[in-house]
Ligand binder design. Structure first.
Ligand SMILES: Cc1cc2nc3c(=O)[nH]c(=O)nc-3n(C[C@H](O)[C@H](O)[C@H](O)COP(=O)(O)OP(=O)(O)OC[C@H]3O[C@@H](n4cnc5c(N)ncnc54)[C@H](O)[C@@H]3O)c2cc1C
Length: 416
């Protein structure tokens, strides 16, 4: 088979891989993206990704720059209010009861400049916008139906082997191939894995009470129940929901008949949204934490879930991934050789600390909030009250995720 040649090979056709391809294509590089499956861009398809992503402001800035935002903005719901609810199930059981709640408005912090915290989109909608955008880029080649199986790395280039027997020569290989990254493994980069024993259900539901463009996170031992606002569905208010629980409980909920599931959902939402109805299938995701032991190796850069996986709390996962892409593009800009050691060092320096902090913070948060231990439950409530009772601290928390990321390591760490 002939060997093709390009500047950059990207492994992975998820949102991160496609976003990286669009950003690097827009920066003028010749890019080849390799992924086993064609992205699913219709919500009705059985394989559609029903998760939603609350894109925070730096993600929007990236998407504006590469020409994606205009394609998807019409489907986005602004996130104007964050509501955090602490609830409790007594040892005797029964429905969760609210112990305390706090509301935060985007207008309270300067970084939003009068705008919302972020914009919520269903993942399949974002994939659709990215595919449309990439189809118009002559310097980006999409190779679906095959995958990266290995590579040989040399000083000046890498030879990437694909499952169809062909190979591609590139100066940089980007691993955007998810949590089980083949690129990470082929580059000999180890990883630290945390299994939480939790699983989440992601689905869409309609509800009686309008959401008022608010995202509500309801914490109970076991894991949070998070609603993120969507446009009305057939005239009814709708939200994307992520419901985390210990694994066996999630499996039980996934198998409940719909009417029973609807009742369980309403109780778990502490009646905040009134009567609720399932409006999609229920997709199940194991919850893990993962951190690659390095972000780069010779001729290789890792981004997104190949580099870090976070439990789905506080809209951090994909937003952190898009920050990787912003930093990688900044490190590559103007570089004659996109895989040169100094370029990779710039990227790693820009991202390592921020990723480490987020992985640690979300890990700690998940351990505290899922615990049923009375001491930790009291801590959760005290933390909620303390954190949000003090105005400067509260503003700092709300700024989380809003700080822009640049290629400059000094700028890459949050300003709060
Ligand atoms: C329930 C849930 C809710 C979430 N909600 C949010 C949220 O609100 N906000 C947020 O920011 N994040 C959120 N996240 C996280 C976010 O969904 C993920 O970070 C994101 O989907 C991962 O994207 P990715 O492109 O890195 O990986 P993936 O989507 O896993 O893509 C990996 C791609 O690589 C391909 N691939 C695999 N192996 C190979 C190979 N050998 N060669 C080539 N390609 C390969 C796969 O086929 C796939 O296309 C959530 C996560 C979960 C589980």
């Amino acid at each position: 088979m002939t060997r093709q040649n390009t500047d950059i090979v990207i492994a992975g056709g998820g949102i991160a891989g496609l976003s990286a391809a669009a950003a690097l294509g827009a920066a003028g590089f010749r890019v080849m993206l390799v992924s086993p499956d064609v992205p699913v861009t219709r919500g009705g398809d059985a394989a559609a990704d029903l998760r939603s992503t609350a894109f925070l402001q730096p993600a929007r800035a990236l998407y504006e720059r590469i020409g994606l935002w205009d394609r998807v903005a019409g489907q986005a719901t602004p996130l104007e209010v964050l509501r955090i609810v602490d609830a409790h199930v007594t040892p005797e059981g029964g429905d969760p009861q609210v112990r305390d709640s706090r509301e935060f408005h985007a207008g309270e912090i300067a970084e939003t400049a009068g705008g919302p915290f972020g914009w919520n989109l269903l993942n399949w909608q974002v994939l659709g916008g990215l595919m449309d955008l990439l189809e118009g880029m002559d310097n980006v080649t999409l190779r679906f139906g095959t995958s990266v199986t290995g590579m040989v790395r040399r000083d000046a280039q890498a030879i990437v082997r694909l499952a169809d027997g062909s190979s591609v020569t590139a100066r940089l290989v980007i691993g955007a191939d998810g949590r089980d990254s083949a690129v990470r493994e082929a580059a000999g980069i180890g990883h630290d894995l945390t299994r939480y024993g939790q699983k989440s259900l992601a689905f869409v539901a309609t509800h009686e009470v309008p959401h008022g463009n608010a995202s509500t996170e309801i914490y109970v031992q076991g894991g949070p129940f998070t609603t993120v606002p969507l446009p009305d569905l057939e005239g009814k208010p709708a939200s994307a929901i992520v419901w985390m629980n210990p694994g066996p409980e999630t499996v039980r909920l996934a198998g409940l008949p719909e009417a029973e599931f609807n009742a369980a959902m309403r109780a778990r939402a502490c009646d905040w949204l009134g009567a609720m109805e399932l409006a999609s299938r229920r997709a199940m995701f194991p919850i893990i934490g993962l951190k690659a032991q390095a972000l780069t190796a010779q001729r290789v850069a890792l981004v997104a879930e190949a580099a870090h996986v976070l439990p789905p709390i506080g809209a951090q996962g994909l937003n952190t991934s898009l920050n990787d892409i912003v930093a990688l593009v900044a490190a590559l800009e103007g570089a004659p050789d996109p895989g040169a050691p100094e370029v990779l060092d710039r990227y790693a320096a820009a991202r390592a600390r921020d990723i480490g902090l987020r992985v640690q913070a979300i890990d700690l948060f998940n351990r505290v909030t899922r615990s049923g231990a009375p001491g930790l439950q009291a801590l959760r409530l005290a933390g909620l009250r303390g954190l949000y009772g003090l105005a400067p601290l509260r503003r700092a928390v709300m700024r989380a995720g809003l700080a822009p990321v640049t290629g400059d390591p000094a700028q890459a760490v949050r300003r709060d």
